[in-house]
Write a protein that binds this ligand. Structure first.
Ligand code: DQA
Length: 149
């Protein structure tokens, strides 16, 4: 059954609720994690929620996901704009990948306009707040069941 997904979060997302509420809202990392796990369960998915501030740890998590998970949802945070290593690791994962950003990166500083992963992922969501995670989970469930239109 294709129902195991991992939601990977990059640097500083552990401080959601405390950091830049105007960009990222008031939801805490713990609340977001619980919402994602609940929504996944409702849709018949088993979700793991991961976060690291360390680029190499994220690369390791992606590599380890190849055998363990059927899909990846990733908010690589600042590494989106800088990490060829994360891009290369994602390229090795031959199953659905959804890129996610809480804020609209194209409305912000110019250095955030470039994502090094957008052209190798299945699809992306940005600028819809933390709801984007729920939308990503719904889309991932459809992708894994070949129900996406
Ligand atoms: C972010 C956008 C990035 O530019 C930023 O570095 C983040 C969060 C978002 O979710 O909007 O840390 O990925």
């Amino acid at each position: 059954m294709n129902n195991k997904i991992i939601i990977i979060n990059g640097p500083n997302l552990n401080l959601l609720g405390e950091r830049e509420q105007s960009q990222y809202g008031t939801i805490t990392y713990t609340e977001l994690k619980q919402n994602c796990i609940n929504e996944s369960k409702k849709l018949g998915l088993i979700a793991e929620f991961a976060q690291s501030n360390i680029e190499g740890e994220i690369v390791n998590t992606i590599q380890n996901s190849i055998k363990k998970f059927d899909g990846i949802i990733i908010n690589a945070a600042a590494f989106t704009h800088t990490s060829i290593a994360i891009r290369d690791a994602l390229s090795i994962f031959k199953k659905p990948i959804i890129e996610l950003h809480i804020s609209n990166i194209y409305k912000r500083e110019e250095f955030r306009h470039k994502s090094l992963i957008s052209d190798i992922v299945t699809g992306g969501i940005f600028g819809l707040g933390s709801d984007g995670y729920i939308l990503a989970i719904i889309s991932m469930q459809k992708l894994l069941n070949n129900e996406n239109k």
